[in-house]
Design a protein around this ligand. Sequence first.
Ligand code: ZN
Length: 423
Amino acid sequence: MTILIKNAKIVDPANKLKIYGDILIANGVIEKVGADIVCDADRVINADGMTAMPGLVDMHVHLRDPGQEYKEDIITGCEAAACGGVTCLAAMPNTSPTSDNVEIIQYILNKAQSANSRVYPVAAITKGLKGEELTDFAELKKTGVIAFTDDGRPVESASVMRNALFLAQKVGSLILSHSEDLTLAGGIMNEGVVSQNLVVKATPNAAEDVAVAREIALSASTSCPMHICHVSSKNALKLIRTAKNDGVQVTCETGPHYFTFTDEQLYKRDADFRMNPPLRAEEDRQELLKAIADGTIDAIATDHAPHSPEDKADFEKAPNGVVGMQTSLSASYTALVKSNLISMDRLVELMCLNPAKILKLPYGTLSVGAPADMVLFDENAEWVVRTEELAGKSHNTPFKNMKLYGKVVATVCRGEIVFDSLK
Ligand SMILES: [Zn+2]
């Protein structure tokens, strides 16, 4: 299929490009970028007033498949991805059974072939996420795994994590760390004034800070790169900032819910505001905004974690996690660009270019010859998040009923239109 996009505001920080112009897509790649492209395309889109940007690379997604397909599956998860402009995602291994062997990875890759987004499986660091025996990194990498993590759980043994770092480097892959000290964790929300008022068991920031400090020490002492998932705490950010200044090869991500909300939301006693790590205090949120602006935070990822309404019914007993792929671009645009904290270029770096670089994937750019994964985004749109209108099987979003600015109007993945609200 050939697609000609006319008169778009093109934002492509990889090429330092910010122009008004046309994009021609053919044979699954970006064929041409420039002014006044003339071509007899299968589809011509007048993108006057719209922003054309690379597709989002979401490096932290739980697709629940295999094992919990009542919450989400690979196909429905990728439908939600396409609606949110996510054209490439990293699928976390806490499936059932665990994605710790070649057969499960092949199952995911096969099923994802017909999905609306590219799916890159992340394999478990340890067999069964038990924190003991390392998986077969070399075989898994050969099968198509792009990184390793025990996400959902930390690797408790520093020694096991150290060995994992060496092995990941040896096979040319990356460790993604779920940084949490379990001896300090176990609460249902952030420890602070709100948890005291609600009289519920809470987890202090230190559970994250202690674990992030250990990961930095391991990365520094081995000279192996490490990526820290879902950073939410003020002091963890300060540790990461210092480590980066010292030349430690550490990168990190945060999620839109952390820089949009605080633990005050928990007064609603609604489990759709519960995730791990938890929503923190306003001073943590402010530090996140600062770290996004100064470059300490490399990427925005959703930690998309679908749960059914039944699973989320009880505020205190519900599992952690929120969905996010369909709202991440609008929520980030609202909190960061609309508020004039960062530019649209920087947002594209955070959501497209940097995650692709961290995972060594050829996306996040509109370079001529690059895979044709892109989004048309209407920066002037306003919309209210209605859960009944969201794609995917589960709609446990903290952004429900919230007014957001900017909306994805079309998504192209592998050169095909996978989401289209223009017709
Ligand atoms: Zn995690």
